[in-house]
Design a protein around this ligand. Structure first.
Ligand code: ATP
Ligand code: MG
Length: 151
């Protein structure tokens, strides 16, 4: 997956506080709109950005107020590449998809939807990247969704 910073790269640095993920969502939507992404694809992008940013705040930075979350985004060949990084150790394990029946029966906790949604909505994802901004994930969202990269 392309990692380069290019002349269309934007970077948003967020305080580690729930609510600020909206800044990342809005920025990503403006960026995608500039390049002609459809409203539906922009909704996908906003969803995955929100899930990744909230995870970074809660799991990566463990709620620490001095920590930061960085979202970097660029466009290459009709694909938006988004990295979301935090000051934590990275995602240690990817769990299987949530089992709705077990959750309803209170056998499993109602968690694990963030990474599942990300896998469903993006065209490609790397859950373990390291940049100078920290550990995180990188997602590729094509203007027109492909079925590749599905789990
Ligand atoms: N940035 C991160 N740093 C470290 N661990 C992470 C990070 N993001 C996710 N994880 C780990 O992956 C697990 C699954 O994340 P996921 O978003 O799917 O579920 P969740 O955040 O626990 O619950 P929710 O369904 O509310 O999103 C988390 O519980 C956490 O253990
Ligand atoms: Mg989550």
């Amino acid at each position: 997956m392309a990692t380069n910073v290019n002349e269309r790269t934007i970077e948003v640095i967020l305080p580690n506080q729930i609510g600020y993920e909206r800044i990342a969502m809005a920025s990503s939507a403006s960026f995608a709109k500039m390049f002609g992404f459809s409203p539906a694809r922009i909704e996908d992008l906003k969803t995955v950005v929100a899930e990744a940013a909230i995870n970074a705040m809660q799991h990566g930075n463990k709620g620490r107020p001095d920590a930061r979350v960085t979202m970097r985004m660029n466009l290459k060949d009709d694909t938006i590449y988004v990295t979301v990084t935090d000051d934590g150790e990275g995602i240690k394990q990817i769990y299987p998809k949530p089992d709705i029946d077990r959750i309803i029966d209170n056998l499993d906790p109602a968690i694990g939807f963030g990474l599942f949604l990300i896998k469903q909505l993006v065209d490609d994802v790397d859950f373990n990247i390291r940049t100078e901004k920290g550990n995180g994930l990188r997602m590729a969202i094509k203007k027109t969704k492909s079925d590749q990269g599905k789990v």
